[in-house]
Design a protein around this ligand. Structure first.
Ligand SMILES: Cc1cc2nc3c(=O)[nH]c(=O)nc-3n(C[C@H](O)[C@H](O)[C@H](O)COP(=O)(O)OP(=O)(O)OC[C@H]3O[C@@H](n4cnc5c(N)ncnc54)[C@H](O)[C@@H]3O)c2cc1C
Length: 564
């Protein structure tokens, strides 16, 4: 890690921003979150936490809390709007494959659990970021209240309508570095009404008494809607209604596309959909039974944009979460993707070697190389899932195929989801019991190798210093001062070579490889070569603090200047 450690401003205390902050708490950096809202407003309905996320939640020490607030979820039941059961989309195999259960948790509960990991003073509320300027000397962020904040790194975790992205893109466009695709706005074909009820009476909603989540999805025959309900802990029901738009309704809905989680237009949509039947209870329930039991100001209507942007960083600024990728919620991957962005970015920040734009460029590129392909896959997966619940011929075919898919084919289809188990390299690694080994995660493997090489180099230096001091006290000073000017790459040659299979993760992967049909990169040759092909200078372990950047002289921690 560069000395002094970098300072970071995270814009947005959403799931992605909070996850990054929770991870940064464990590494030697200073950070602050700028959030536009003055109070916590965690709207939304249910989030699916896939089994693959268990390792990360365990690393953060919040697995048990999540489990306490969530219900296990292993399937989706599809119904017609006459409440006739169509079939079950069963993903119970995921639990065995990943070594943990999947959960449905209210979005607000996950938000609150993450929030508890962050010291209160590190979240500055009522700070709507308007713009920023950046250069070799650092980043300067301006907020609507007139305050100015400075740091070495700016992370835009400010959601779908990201001001950080818009500012960055203006600059990239002027420099001729913005792709045509990134200049186009995100498209959307659906709007969604989403909320969670007050605690309900289990007599009227008997499914609430069961330990597992009932995730029911109703596919309409004659209307452009699908709607879903999820039973949660504490007798609450999360619910969402998706409207599939045509050209005309699309234009009507375009007008409110300026804020996320807006509740203003929710009322009208509630009136439109309240008579829609829902399964369960006495067989006569409708959405109205949920709507009347839901706090009105927490029912949100959102447009479901779908896009993965291509440019994720520029200069000292990097984007994560919904600021760079937005999926249809049917795939249940938006939150996980934001959390994994945070993990990858934190892994790389932890081994940042030079606090210059060139140094940041290298780690940001590594981050994007890992996360962009995953985001693209998630977009496709979400589209496929979304199309399954609509009324088109393609959707009918998709439902038919899912319903009749042989078990072995279904298992193959979900293998990738089970294997995508990201971990942070700087926290104790979790040894899971999944039957499908985790996917190769570049930010974990590469940064672990760097950390181990750094530790080995440090030990070698201590050993050398020890030996020297035993032979001559007078020469100690010259030996250590000789090291202090050694460049990273030179120092690396004094350390034992990075022995990849010695790392804990590689040992774990090797064990798995012995008995699995693992499709990812094999350990020995490909993994080693990918590590050896890392750019040598910036990542080579150093012993000294000689990498202090020009910026560090100017900005050491985040500064907050209030302009009156
Ligand atoms: C109906 C619905 C259901 C979903 N279901 C699932 C699911 O089952 N599984 C799943 O994985 N994902 C799901 N998602 C997606 C998931 O909620 C998002 O992907 C996730 O919340 C993204 O987190 P984020 O931190 O990137 O953005 P957000 O959560 O949007 O957070 C952005 C934050 O930035 C703040 N902000 C914005 N602009 C500024 C500014 N200028 N200055 C300062 N602060 C600012 C906002 O106030 C907010 O706090 C669902 C989404 C919807 C709409």
């Amino acid at each position: 890690m560069v000395d002094p450690p970098p300072s970071i401003i995270i814009v947005g205390a959403g799931l992605g921003g909070l996850a990054l902050a929770a991870l940064l708490e464990h590494i030697n950096v200073s950070y602050v979150i700028l959030e536009r809202l003055t109070e916590v407003k965690a709207n939304g309905a249910a989030l699916f936490i896939p089994p693959a996320a268990a390792n990360l939640l365990r690393q953060l020490g919040i697995y048990d809390q999540v489990k306490q607030k969530a219900k296990p979820c292993n399937s989706i039941d599809l119904f017609t709007e006459k409440r006739k059961h169509l079939f079950v989309l069963d993903f119970a195999h995921l639990a065995t494959m990943s070594g943990a259960e999947g959960f449905i948790i209210p979005r607000s509960s996950l938000y609150e659990i993450l929030l508890e990991l962050i010291p209160t003073e590190k979240i500055l509320r009522g700070k709507r970021v308007l713009s920023f300027v950046q250069g070799e000397g650092g980043v300067q962020v301006k907020c609507a209240d007139g305050s100015v904040h400075e740091s070495d790194i700016l992370v835009g975790a400010d959601g779908t309508y990201s001001a950080v992205r818009q500012n960055l893109y203006e600059r990239l466009k002027k420099e001729g570095k913005l792709s045509v695709a990134d200049q186009k706005p995100a498209t959307f074909n659906c709007v969604c009404l989403t909320a969670q009820t007050y605690p309900l009476d289990p007599e009227a909603f008997p499914e609430l008494s069961e330990p597992g989540c009932h995730y029911n999805n109703v596919v309409a025959q004659n209307k452009p809607y699908s709607w879903m309900t999820f039973t949660g802990k504490d007798n609450i029901v999360c619910w969402s209604v998706i409207q599939y738009l045509n050209k005309e309704t699309s234009e009507l809905n375009d007008s409110f596309r300026s804020t996320d989680w807006g509740s203003g237009l929710a009322e009208a949509m509630c009136r439109e959909v309240q008579h829609f039947p829902i399964p369960g209870g006495n067989g006569k329930l409708t959405l109205a039974d949920l709507i009347v039991n839901t706090p009105r100001d927490q029912i949100a209507k959102v447009t479901l944009e779908e896009k993965v942007f291509e440019s994720w960083y520029g200069g000292r600024t990097v984007l994560l979460g919904n600021a760079v990728h937005k999926f249809h919620p049917a795939g249940g991957e938006g939150a996980l993707c934001s959390l994994y962005d945070a993990v990858s970015l934190a892994n790389w920040i932890n081994v940042l070697e030079t606090n210059t734009i060139a140094g940041l460029d290298i780690i940001f590129k590594e981050y994007v190389d890992e996360r962009l392909p995953s985001a693209r896959e998630a977009l496709i997966h979400a589209r496929n899932m979304a199309s399954m619940y609509s009324r088109t011929f393609k959707a009918t075919m998709a439902r038919f195929i899912s319903r009749n898919m042989p078990d072995f084919l279904w298992k193959t289809k979900i293998t990738k989801s089970a294997a995508d188990r990201s971990q942070a390299a700087f926290l104790p690694l979790i040894q899971d019991s999944g039957t499908v080994p985790p996917l190769f995660q570049p930010s974990l493997h590469k940064t672990l190798a760097i950390l181990e090489a750094q530790a080995a180099a440090k030990k070698a230096m201590e050993d050398t210093a020890g030996t020297t001091s035993m032979t001559s006290t007078a020469s100690t000073t010259s030996a250590s001062s000789g090291f202090s000017g050694v460049s990273g790459s030179t120092t690396a040659t004094t350390a034992p070579p990075v022995s990849v299979p010695q790392t804990r993760v590689y040992a774990e992967r090797q064990q798995h490889n012995q008995h699995q049909q693992y499709q990812g990169p094999t350990l020995s040759s490909s993994t080693t070569s990918s590590i050896h092909s890392l750019p040598p200078a910036p990542f080579a372990p150093t012993l000294s603090s000689s990498s202090t950047s020009s910026l560090s002289a100017h900005v050491h921690t985040t500064h907050h200047h209030q302009h009156h």
